[in-house]
Design a protein around this ligand. Sequence first.
Ligand SMILES: [Zn+2]
Length: 256
Amino acid sequence: MLTISPIPAFNDNYIWHLERDGEHWVVDPGEAQPVIDALAGEQLAGILITHHHLDHTGGIAELREHYDCPVYGPGSIDGVTEPLADGDKIELLGYPVRVMAVPGHTLDHLALLLEENTSDGQQYHLFCGDTLFAGGCGRLFEGTPEQMYASLSKLGALPPETLVYCAHEYTLANLRFAAAAEPGNSVLQNRISETESLRARDQVTLPSTIGEELATNPFLRCHIPALSRCASNHGAENNPGEVAVFASLRKWKDNF
Ligand SMILES: [Zn+2]
């Protein structure tokens, strides 16, 4: 059986820990010690990396020293031993994993889609780093709004039941912005209540699903008239296209 659990790191990062039959992998280890502690003496089989930011890569060197394991990720990153690119397929823990380029937050950003066969059919697990967040999306440090919007649209087209494992606990702040952008969305209001109650008990709000994101995440809802009007009130022209809506919302969120 596959289990996926978060290892908290820094203030609000999650290092995702995948385990099946005693084989362990981690995604985006920004620091090594929390991983070493979580493994409690067991071997690490490998590391997956989504993008080059230090809070996702800072633990690679120490973990490799400790476990001598392969590192899969963008080839330009120090310590990556198995370079990945858009369209690649690898096998992980006996499951196929599809590699998708999702530039925008950074230009090297990859998302990894693991396809688990369960007794009920296929279950998809998406590791999307800082591209798609629960209720939001990453800042545009390197890419253009066009690139990021195309990347998010690619993720939004995955099956709605796909589980979304992003790399930060930003959900509540993201949803508060979403509510400012789309106050009339009742599904969003319910999600905020549920998220507030989880956070009040210091619980993790992830994974979410693509279906939940499509219903509540403004950055996947740029085609909705309410968000288009909202974008026009925040600097976009009248009747903006979806990319212009996205760019205007993202800019507003940067200063929210
Ligand atoms: Zn980042």
